[in-house]
Design a protein around this ligand. Structure first.
Ligand code: ADP
Ligand code: ZN
Length: 631
């Protein structure tokens, strides 16, 4: 596809001192680099190879886009995600960068136009799919480029696709180095958000990046708040979560993802949200592919769409302003959970990862594992992953610390998760634990939590009476503790593998070896007390935070202006057919609404606005700002 008739706006002289910072300000509109970006950019500009491991939202694209502008010639970006390619190229056009993509959808006409642009030295960045890169015709094209305007760099995005062990494996990635070896003087930069050490080794080996320096960023996402709730009625709880928020505005108008375990449930939950006035859409693998594409497109392009999805809604969700990710069912593993929650708050503004889970989830997940046709070894690994997930859900210490430790990263308490914000009270639960265990044993290890609790509470339910469990010595010995607390005790004992629900027998609780020392009194049990008002913290402090940092301190008038600016952004985005955030991110809109610049110069000082955006949209936004006097 030919790039539009956009001329490169920034001309960089070879070896110009401070060129990178100038381009950062003048093209991208950012005042400073983030984290390792500066070192990576400098190294790439200097012509060396680099491997970049950064979490989603860390700012990887700038690491190759900027050097491609500073170095002479064209930057070649290999990316497996065609839909994203399109958006990236559109976003670059709006910055005044001349970029194009070349993939299976490009026609012969488009590619010959592309060649002309290239040979005229008018192209800064070219995105290609890996299978295109490997074609002989493309090698000829690269040779022309090398002999003409030059090749600035090769960027290999989603570099973990070289890993045969990963689920994103792309065989074409194994042959990328065969192509780049023809251009030994051109720096290469491989980027990924997947951090485990096996994948890292494979990236170096298979892309033949033996000399490359590796930059590993922290995988922490400090702007995401982690909150876990005990599940009683998931739908009601989800609604309460969505309606919460310090300013009472909740998540109205915010984009979010709700993950469910089954297709049926996505339909039900989406339906319920629509009835409550949310713009919610269901997404799962059972939908026709054009319907799936439509949902993805609406989510990406429009404001405030909630997608209720199974994990089929996955790779390639790069929308930066997702304000919450909710799990109404327990995920299978912490890796999956972290990846899913990581889709929130890529723009760095406050976001919430909320989950509701209960014992029934554990039973269901276990039964999935049991009935899968994997090998015993496979089942064992799945079970271990589920145990780690459960440990997280039942944590009484900082949740982020636990998450990061799972990925081998050390950290202190975060101050931005529910356990940090409202530390749970711990209590000596040895005696209650013994009571549960004995009730489980006395009833023959054949009943689920509900029945065991009835026995403990001394409830003469028909089932209790018919099994004569009201005649047991354990009947009623737990009447001093509320039912909810008993549920919590049982869940925590399951999370610690003291009790084990048997999925083959409808979740019947059985005791394990770990229970022995507790039963004979040689081991104490310390558990987390459930708080008196479970949702309080979430409503008052942890709940909806759709506002950005700038928005948090905004007055009523600022907010009203924000909405006006947002409508203007929507109009521009529709006219240019790009997602709204590509025009201007939320954070920039908030800055406009609170700072209220009056002139093009003042506009330039706003983070996220460079000269090209001032030229294109300055007038429209300044007119709106002028119509709103100082607050
Ligand atoms: P990744 O590809 O690592 O997931 P992106 O490259 O999409 O992340 O960047 C995430 C967000 O951070 C984008 O909205 C981008 O504009 C913004 N960003 C990147 N670098 C900077 C910077 N130096 N200053 C401010 N914002 C930045
Ligand atoms: Zn914490």
């Amino acid at each position: 596809m030919p790039s539009r008739d956009v001329q490169p706006r920034v001309v960089v002289a070879e070896g110009e001192p401070g060129a990178a910072v100038r381009v950062l300000r003048e093209v991208f509109g950012f005042s400073s680099f983030r984290g390792a970006q500066e070192a990576i950019v400098d190294r790439t500009v200097a012509g060396s190879d680099t491997v970049v491991l950064m979490p989603t939202g860390g700012g990887k694209s700038l690491c190759y886009q900027l050097p491609a502008l500073v170095r002479p010639g064209i930057g070649i970006v290999v990316s497996p995600l065609i839909a994203l390619m399109h958006d990236q190229v559109e976003a670059l056009h709006l910055l005044g960068v001349s970029a194009a993509f070349w993939n299976s959808t490009s026609s012969a006409e488009e590619t010959s136009a592309l060649r002309r642009e290239l040979m005229a030295g008018r192209l800064d960045l070219l995105y290609v799919a890996p299978e295109r890169l490997l074609m002989p015709s493309f090698l000829a094209f690269l040779n022309d480029a090398a002999n003409g305007p030059g090749i600035a760099l090769f960027a290999i995005d989603e570099a973990h696709c070289v890993s045969q062990w990963g689920h994103d494996f792309r065989p074409e990635y194994l042959r990328i180095a065969d192509v780049t070896q023809h251009f030994p003087g051109v720096p290469r930069i491989a980027l990924t958000a997947t951090a485990d050490s096996i994948t890292r080794r494979e990236i170096h080996d298979r892309l033949r990046l033996t000399e490359a320096k590796e930059y590993v960023s922290s995988f922490d996402r400090p702007n995401i708040r982690y909150v876990v709730e005990e599940k009683s009625d998931a739908r009601a709880q989800l609604l309460r979560f969505l309606e919460s928020g310090d300013d009472g505005a909740g998540f109205t108008g915010a984009a979010g993802i709700v993950y469910c375990q089954s297709r049926k449930r996505t339909d039900e939950v989406a339906q319920m949200l629509r009835e409550r006035g949310y713009d919610a859409l269901a997404y799962h693998a059972g939908l026709a592919s054009d319907e799936r594409a439509r949902v993805q497109q609406r989510f990406r392009r429009e404001d405030g769409v909630i997608v209720v999805a199974t994990i089929a809604f996955g790779m390639g969700i790069d929308k930066p302003d997702v304000r919450f990710v909710a799990h109404v069912d327990l995920p299978k593993s912490l890796e999956g959970y972290y990846q899913e929650t990581g889709r929130a708050g890529r723009d760095g503004d406050p976001a919430v990862a909320w989950m509701a889970y209960g014992l029934a989830d554990v039973v269901q997940q276990r039964s999935f594992i049991m009935s899968s046709d994997g090998s015993p070894e496979h089942k064992r690994v799945d079970q271990m992953k589920l145990d780690a997930m459960l440990g997280y859900a039942e944590a009484s210490t900082c949740r982020r610390r636990l998450l990061l430790a799972y990925f081998d990263e050390e950290s202190g308490d975060c101050g931005n998760c529910d356990t940090c914000l409202s530390p749970p009270e711990l209590w000596d639960a040895t005696v209650p634990a013994q009571k549960v265990l004995s009730a489980v044993v006395r009833t023959g290890q054949r009943f689920g939590a509900g029945h065991v609790i009835d026995v403990l509470l001394g409830k003469k339910s028909p089932k209790v009476v018919s099994w004569h469990h009201d005649e047991l010595p354990t009947f009623g010995i737990g009447a001093d503790i509320a039912e909810r607390e008993w549920r919590s005790i049982i869940r925590q004992l399951v999370a610690r593998s003291v009790l084990s629900p048997d999925p083959a027998r409808m979740g019947a609780l059985t005791i394990t070896e770990v229970a022995r020392p507790i039963l004979d009194g040689s081991e104490r049990v310390e558990l987390r007390k459930i708080s008196a008002a479970p949702a309080k913290v979430k409503r008052e402090r942890a709940g909806g935070v759709p506002r950005t940092d700038a928005g948090a301190g905004a007055s009523e008038a600022d907010r009203a202006l924000f909405e006006v600016l947002r409508t203007q952004r929507r109009t521009i985005a529709d006219a240019e057919s790009v997602p709204a955030y590509v025009v201007l991110p939320d954070r920039t809109l908030w800055e406009l609404a609170t700072v209220r610049p009056r002139t093009p110069e003042e506009l330039l000082a706003v983070n996220g606005i460079g000269p090209v955006k001032v030229e294109k949209y300055g007038e429209a936004f300044l007119a709106l700002l002028a119509a709103h006097p100082e607050s």
